[in-house]
Design a protein around this ligand. Structure first.
Ligand code: SAM
Length: 203
């Protein structure tokens, strides 16, 4: 089963909400139905900005509709693209100044289960995402193992994140919930350092 586990997605959202400051920048690298994007848009407040990305037009439209329903569309740019191109998609002045980046991998619940995130694209994104974080910023990745390619992607995520320099980033691995078949895993990367307003110079 690939539907998001409420405890784990809730945990990822709480961690991001705690890290985000008013006026922050945030990125939803797999916006799907827009639930995480709506949370990020609320957390950054009216002066913040969110970039939401999905490969499917249906997901970008669903995200736009979810934002419009909450009157949050003004602070979000939602685009149809692959997070594999994250480096080109993120404005140059966001690098080192992003409060939260989130990946909820797998397929769109209720959508085409044949369209899933793929390790070769996710890897390109994860090579860039930690470097986007400001001090105190957080990256969350939820990885699923129940669909074709999911186990390989989960192993790849873990391998890639374990390569991060421990002097700059701290990695937490949240074990899957017991009693579920093919449960999701949550990876959390925190950029070391205190939270700072996003208009500080990156370092
Ligand atoms: C589990 S859903 C995301 C759920 C979403 N965060 C929400 O709150 O509704 C995974 C999404 O990843 C998208 N996706 C697949 N490959 C992608 C890629 N290379 N870049 C960006 N999104 C991708 C799928 O289209 C799908 O909508």
């Amino acid at each position: 089963m690939n539907s998001p586990s409420p405890p784990l997605t809730g945990q990822a959202r709480s961690l991001m909400q705690a890290a985000l400051l008013p006026g922050d920048r945030a990125i939803d690298a797999t916006c799907g139905m827009g639930r995480d994007t709506v949370m990020l848009a609320r957390a950054v407040g009216p002066l913040g900005k969110v970039l939401a990305i999905d490969v499917q037009e249906i997901a970008v439209k669903a995200t736009a509709a979810a934002l419009a329903a909450e009157n949050l569309a003004d602070r979000v740019v939602a685009i149809r693209a692959s997070h594999g191109d994250l480096d080109q998609l993120v404005p140059a002045d966001w690098k080192g100044r992003v409060g939260a980046v989130t990946f909820n991998l797998g397929y769109l619940p209720g959508g085409d289960h044949g369209i899933t995130t793929a390790w070769w694209e996710t890897r390109r994104a994860l090579m860039v995402a930690p470097g986007l974080l400001r001090p105190g910023g957080v990256l969350t990745v939820i990885a699923y193992t129940g669909h074709p390619g999911g186990a390989e992607e989960k192993e790849g995520v873990e391998r890639e994140l374990r390569l991060l320099d421990p002097e700059k980033w701290v990695l937490e691995v949240h074990q899957p919930e017991k009693g579920r078949r093919s449960p999701p895993w949550l990876y959390v990367v925190r950029r070391i350092g205190g939270a700072r307003p996003c208009n500080d110079a990156p370092d």
